[in-house]
Design a protein around this ligand. Structure first.
Ligand code: BES
Ligand code: MN
Ligand code: MN
Length: 462
C-alpha cells in the first residue's frame, strides 16, 4: 500500500475534478422537482464504479430512488468489505446565505482548510466522502493491490429516511453478505486529532398540527376569547423541557443507557475547547441538560428540538389575525436502547394529553431509526485504528457522534455485521447548512487511509 501516496500525488487534480463534476448534479431527494437529477446522479455513480474497476455494476430499482451496486470479488476465501454511502443531498436552502451557488462547486482556502476546500451542497455529506472510497478502489485495482473482496452499495434516499434501502436489504441478504460494513459519512475531531465514530444517535421525527377555530379570525373581535393555536402550540412546546432542560415526556428516559463514571471520564479526555466552540458559533453561553458536558449533551444524551414552526401571518407589514392552525416539526435524537417507535408513541400520547380542550391536536410521525454503538475491540475497529495510525501518525480517539444514520442498526439486524464509521469531515464543514464544504486535504487523506484499512482488516482476519 506504500504506493498510495505517490498515486494520489499523481492523480489528485483529476480526483478533485471528478468530484466537482459529481457535485454539480442537484440530487436533492427531499424535493420531487429534482427527481431527474437524483436519477442522473445514480448513473454517474455507476459509471464511476465501473471506471474504478468494479464488476457487475448495476442500478437496482426500488420503490423510489435506485441503489447502485457493484463488486470486486477475488476469492471466496478472503474477507468481504461492504462499502455504503449516499449520493443524495439535503436541500440547499436558504439560498441567499450561500456565498457561491450550491451546485457550482468552487475551491476556497479557510483557516481550517489552508490547502483549500470544495464548497458545494454534498461536498462532505456525502458525495465527497463516498467518492474517497471510489478513488481508493481505483488505486487498489489499477495497482494490483486489492487485498480482499469488496462490495459497494450507494443509495439515494438517506437524507429522507432510507425507506427504499430498508426494503432492499432484507431482499438481498445473499448479495450483500459481508464481514464488515465500512461507511464514511461522519466526522472527526480535527485534522491533527483523528477520531473514529463509535456511536450514532437514533431519531424520531414528528409533525404536529394544532387547530383552533374553523377559520382565521379578527384578532380584535375574537382575541382573548378564543384559543390562539399559535399561543397554545408554543406553550405546549415550551412545556416539553423542565427548568433543568430535562425532557418532560413520561417514560422518555426509561431505556436510556447511563454511562459509568469511568466511561464518561474516558470521553472527557477527548480534546475540546469550550471557548473555541462558543466562538465558532458566535454564542456567549452554551445550553443544555443539567449535569452533562457539551460533548455529552450532543452524543450520549437524548434531545428534543423544534426544527420548524409556522402558522398565521408572516408576510410584509402587519395583519391582525388569529390563525385557525399552527404547525411544528419536531425531532428527538435518541441514544442506544431507546426504541424510536416506542418514543414516537410516548410523544404522541403526551402531546395529545397536554392539549387544552380549546384546540385539537394531530401528531403525524415521520421517519426514524435506532441509535448505534460499536465496540472498540472488534477486528474492524482495530484495523481502522491501525490505518489511521499509519496515515495520520497518531492513534485515533473513539468518539460517539450526535448525528444519525438509522440504516446502520438495520444492517446489523439483517446482515449480522458490524459497521465501522471512518469519517473524514469536520463539524465546521457546515453539512446541511449554507456553504457546506470538504477539505481537499481531508478528501485525499481519506483516499490514502482507506486502502490501509483493507490491508489490515484482511491480515487480521486470516
Ligand atoms: N451524514 C449524516 C449523519 C452524520 C453526520 C452523523 C455527521 C454523524 C456525524 C446523515 O446524512 C444525516 O444527515 N442523517 C440525518 C438523519 C436522516 C434520517 C435524515 C440526521 O442525522 O439528521
Ligand atoms: Mn450523510
Ligand atoms: Mn445528511
Amino acid at each position: 500500500m506504500e504506493s498510495i501516496k505517490s498515486y494520489i500525488a499523481q492523480h489528485k487534480g483529476r480526483f478533485v475534478n471528478e468530484l466537482i463534476e459529481l457535485l454539480k448534479i442537484p440530487s436533492i431527494s427531499a424535493d420531487s422537482a429534482y427527481e431527474k437529477d437524483v436519477i442522473t446522479t445514480s448513473e454517474a455513480i455507476k459509471n464511476a464504479l465501473e471506471q474504478a474497476g468494479c464488476d457487475n455494476v448495476e442500478i437496482c430499482e426500488t420503490p423510489r430512488y435506485p441503489i447502485v451496486y457493484g463488486e470486486k470479488i477475488i476469492s471466496k476465501k478472503l474477507p468481504t468489505i461492504l462499502v455504503y454511502g449516499h449520493y443524495d443531498v439535503q436541500p440547499p436552502d436558504p439560498l441567499d446565505l450561500w456565498d457561491s451557488p450550491p451546485f457550482e462547486p468552487i475551491i476556497k482556502s479557510t483557516e481550517k482548510h489552508p490547502d483549500g476546500a470544495i464548497y458545494a451542497r454534498g461536498a462532505c455529506d456525502d458525495k465527497g466522502q463516498l467518492y474517497m472510497h471510489v478513488k481508493a478502489l481505483e488505486y487498489m485495482t489499477s495497482e494490483g493491490n486489492l487485498p480482499c473482496n469488496v462490495k459497494f452499495m450507494i443509495e439515494g434516499e438517506e437524507e429522507v429516511g432510507s425507506e427504499s434501502l430498508a426494503w432492499f436489504v432484507p431482499r438481498n441478504k445473499k448479495k450483500l453478505a459481508n464481514d464488515v460494513i465500512l461507511i464514511s459519512d461522519t466526522g472527526m475531531i480535527a485534522n491533527d486529532i483523528p477520531s473514529i465514530t463509535t456511536g450514532l444517535r437514533g431519531l424520531s421525527y414528528v409533525e404536529v398540527e394544532v387547530t383552533g377555530p374553523n377559520r382565521d379570525l379578527h384578532s380584535g373581535l375574537y382575541g382573548g376569547a378564543v384559543a390562539n393555536p399559535i399561543n397554545v402550540l408554543t406553550k405546549m412546546i415550551a412545556s416539553l423541557h423542565d427548568e433543568n432542560n430535562h425532557i418532560t415526556i413520561p417514560g422518555f428516559y426509561d431505556e436510556v443507557e447511563e454511562l459509568s463514571t469511568e466511561e464518561r471520564g474516558e470521553m472527557g479526555k477527548a480534546p475540546f475547547s469550550l471557548e473555541a466552540y462558543k466562538k465558532a458559533l458566535d454564542i456567549d453561553e452554551v445550553y443544555g441538560e443539567k449535569g452533562y458536558t457539551t460533548n455529552e449533551r450532543n452524543s450520549i444524551r437524548p434531545t428534543l428540538d423544534v426544527n420548524g414552526i409556522w402558522g398565521g401571518y408572516t408576510g410584509e407589514g402587519a395583519k391582525t389575525v388569529i390563525a385557525s392552525k399552527a404547525f411544528a416539526k419536531i425531532s428527538m435524537r435518541l441514544v442506544p436502547n431507546q426504541d424510536w417507535e416506542e418514543i414516537t408513541k410516548l410523544f404522541q400520547k403526551h402531546f395529545e394529553g397536554i392539549a387544552p380542550k380549546s384546540v385539537r391536536v394531530k401528531v403525524t410521525p415521520h421517519h426514524g431509526g435506532q441509535g448505534y454503538v460499536t465496540p472498540i475491540d472488534s477486528i474492524g475497529y482495530q484495523a481502522a485504528s491501525k490505518a489511521y495510525e499509519q496515515t495520520f501518525g497518531k492513534v485515533p480517539i473513539p468518539q460517539r457522534s450526535g448525528g444519525s444514520i438509522p440504516i446502520v442498526s438495520l444492517f446489523e439486524k439483517e446482515l449480522k455485521s458490524k459497521t465501522i464509521l471512518m469519517g473524514f469531515g469536520l463539524d465546521s464543514d457546515a453539512i446541511h447548512s449554507p456553504n457546506e464544504h470538504f477539505g481537499i486535504w481531508n478528501y485525499l487523506k481519506g483516499i490514502e487511509t482507506i486502502p490501509w484499512f483493507y490491508k489490515y482488516f484482511t491480515e487480521m482476519n486470516s
